[in-house]
Structure formats: C-alpha cells, structure tokens
Design a protein around this ligand. Sequence first.
Ligand code: SF4
Ligand code: SF4
Length: 390
Amino acid sequence: MGRLFAVEIIYRGIFQKTLAKNISRGIVLAAHQAGKPGISFGRYSDSPERNGIPAKSFAIVGTDQETLERGMAKYEPKEVDITITVDDTLCKGVESWAWYGLQPVNKLLKQGGTLIVTSRETPEALISMAHRKEYPYQLCIVKGTVSFSGLWVYKDDHSDVRILGTIARILPELFTLDSLKKVIQDEWHDAVKVSSAERAYERFTSTTVRPNQGNPETPYKFDLPKWHEMGEGVAIPSIPTGKQIEDPGTHAMGGYRPDRNPTFKKFSTRTMRPVVDFDTCIKCTLCWLQCPDTCFDVTPDGLYDANMQACCGCGVCEAVCPVPNCVTMINETEFRDNSSQWEAWKKDKSGYKTWLQQKIESRPERSHGFRYRGQYKEQIPEMLEIAREG
Ligand code: SF4
Ligand code: SF4
C-alpha cells in the first residue's frame, strides 16, 4: 500500500467556505499534476444558519488509486498531516455541532505534523490558546488578517495561494511548488497569484510546539446518549425556566438567568465578544431585548451581563446600546476564560475599569464589521503592509 496524505481546513461557515474550498481543491489539483489521485470534500457547513460556526474541508490524496480508496473508506480522517485554520480565534478549539463538546484545533494532527494559522498574532499567543498535545508538532503562521477571500463582497487577498505555497514547502511529497504554480496559472490565470505562492514558499518559518506548551485545560465535553438510552418516538424537551443570581458581595439573590442548552456552548462560535462598562450603563434594557441569542443575564442590581456560554459575538448589543462606549466588541484572542464580567466588576470596580480600558485599547481592529464610519479606510495602509511583507 502506498502513502495517504490528509489535510484539514478549519474555517468559519459560511463566510470562509469558498476560501476553504479553493485551498482543498488546489491541494488535490496540484497533487494530480504529479499523478497522485485525490478528493476534496466539506463537512458541517451546508446551511446558512451555521454562519460563523466552525466547519471543515478535507483534502485526501493517495500515491495511487487503491491507497486513496482504502483511505476514503473512513467517514472522516482520524489523523492529518496538516491542519489549516483560516481564523486564529479557532485556535481556542472547535465546536461544530452539539455532538462532541469542544475539540482542540490540533486534535487530528499527527506527531510532527504542522498547524498552519493565518494570523497577526505571535507564535507564543497562538500556542497559549491551542490545547496541549502529547507529542510535538510544528506551528506555521501565514501572516494576515482573517480573510473572507472568495466571498463576493470581499477582494481576493491571495490567502488561498499563500497557504498552498506554504504547504508545498512543508510537504513537497504531496505536491511541489512547480506543480502548484502550474495549477494557479491554469485555474486562476493570474501571474500575481503565482508570485504570492512563491513568496509564501520562500518566507516559510515554523516553531516547534512541545508537549508541555499550550492550554493545559481539559476541553469541555459531554457524553452522547447511547441508542438504547433514547426514548421512543421524538421528544424535544423544552428548556426549563431560569433562576435568580447571587450577588457576590451581599449574597442577596435576585435578577434572572435563563436556563440554557446544557450541551451546546457557543465558545468557539464567536470571533469577538462584548465588554460592558457597568459604571456607565443606564439600564435601558436594549441589549437584553435585542440580543438574538438571549445571552444577557439580568443581575440582582438591574444590570445586564453577557453570558459567554451563549454569546455568538454578533455585535448587536454594541450597535443598539445608546450610551457611547458602554458596550465594545473585542477580538476573542484577547480572552482566556468565559467568566462573568459583572462578577468581576462587583468584586473590584476600579480593577475592572483598568481591565476594560486595557482590553479596549489592545485591539481596536475588528474581526468583522466596524466600530465607526471610516474605520476600514484607516486600516487599509496597515493591511497593505502585511500583504507586502507576506
Ligand atoms: S454579541 Fe451581544 S447581542 Fe450578539 S450574541 Fe453576544 S451578547 Fe448577544
Ligand atoms: S444597551 Fe447599554 S445602556 Fe442599555 S442596558 Fe445594555 S449596556 Fe446598559
């Protein structure tokens, strides 16, 4: 039997679906150039309501047809040579469905395999987000902002060919740079894209991630019921009503926290999260009313605390809040836990204010959308610089 190569691309459905498809298709076409058969296919992203939900594409290539067919007998690869994630916030983990809980981004990666991330973060920041593995692997950063390349409203930023050029360097047995250049020319008819792939190939660097590095937490998970534990017929249990909340200072009970889905948590759905200035909140209720995911807990003192188990990071609360700078959306890479902001504020108001200010100043740029008119224009020079530097 020959050798089987497997690459997975983790992306945000549906916005990055075309980008992921272009990468997985590019892998298979480049491998075909050297006579290796392959197939690319997607998982989890077939419905518009999965906007922002982590999804996957796979590219499977064999050195011969029989090897490919044997490999494809599996529903989904159990291990991969390369994992690509085109949104760095997914380094915290992937929860595609309410089936598994949170899967580490590097879960399927083989020993010595490579995790490719498009990001402006440092290797240290990304390593601290990804869960630990028992064996070493390589981390390669393709410098860039989160790309929606392939979406009709978004300009092509060459993320697809830059990632393909990086793969040619990491795994030349899969396909060579010459094969890739031919595919790019044939498929896209674009010499500039060819040179972007070449530049990514030449500028490749990687960092070894050791078993003692990374997030030591056990990823959130739950047990699925076995078939014999399921009830007869179809029963969809309703969500129970919520409970009151305890004030961490006075221990008085009050407010209201709705009961939420006990299995599906939205930790990995969002790329941003709201931070709330409780000192300036006027308790107008608009964020609570308008949040599409009912994620605000009403606190005993009548404030509104965005619960991170339920928040999908849409930014509606920021848009509807009438008080300037009371709610601010911040890039998810800035956070390491999902604890209550209101509880932190109650325990230490001046410490919370300092934390809030530091978070707001640390990441003025958005993962999607804009805080004010003209922000996009201001960010263009910096984005061009990133593209030039590779
Ligand atoms: S970003 Fe705001 S409105 Fe959107 S889900 Fe989170 S708390 Fe709700
Ligand atoms: S919309 Fe703003 S001011 Fe109104 S309750 Fe929510 S956080 Fe407070």
